[in-house]
Design a protein around this ligand. Structure first.
Ligand code: IDP
Ligand code: MG
Length: 133
């Protein structure tokens, strides 16, 4: 089991609903270390670069406008196996499919406004972290 980094984002819908503390508590209670953190509003170009892989998909424009609709919290998460462990803690993209107790099951509104991001691989984590830190 390797010591890894992941990029976590608390997305605008969750910041708007005062869920920063609740989400951070779940992360910390699960033995994931937050080693860097900052809050900012993503510009369109930042969001477009970050979600470059989804360019052209039907939900892309909505995703960019959502991610630039208000401040986000960016976090560098660290720990053993943290990429998979944080993805498991987030739950599935569509909160209706997410397991009980996951962040998305608890807080996400729907497949777009789903409250959190987490890197999906060790390699993507390093690329995503380098965009913001
Ligand atoms: P992930 O966040 O679970 O990794 P991705 O497939 O990478 O999911 O999609 C990135 C983000 O784009 C999602 O978190 C969600 O906000 C949005 N999204 C993904 N799929 C859909 C969809 O089918 N409809 C609307 N929004 C979507
Ligand atoms: Mg993804």
């Amino acid at each position: 089991m390797a010591y890894e980094k992941s990029l976590g984002i608390i997305k605008p819908d969750a910041v708007e609903r005062n869920l920063i503390g609740s989400i951070i508590k779940i992360i910390e209670d699960n033995d994931i270390k937050i080693n860097q953190m900052k809050m900012l509003e993503l510009t369109s170009s930042m969001a477009e670069e970050f979600y470059n892989i989804h360019k052209g998909k039907p939900f892309y424009e909505k995703l960019i406008s959502y991610m630039t609709s208000g401040p986000v919290v960016l976090m560098v998460l660290e720990g053993n196996d943290v990429v998979k462990r944080y993805r498991d803690l987030m739950g599935k993209t569509n909160p209706e499919d997410a397991a009980e107790g996951t962040i998305r099951k608890l807080y996400a509104k729907d497949t777009t406004f789903n409250s959190v991001h987490g890197s999906d691989s060790i390699e993507n984590a390093l690329t995503e972290i380098s965009l913001f830190f």
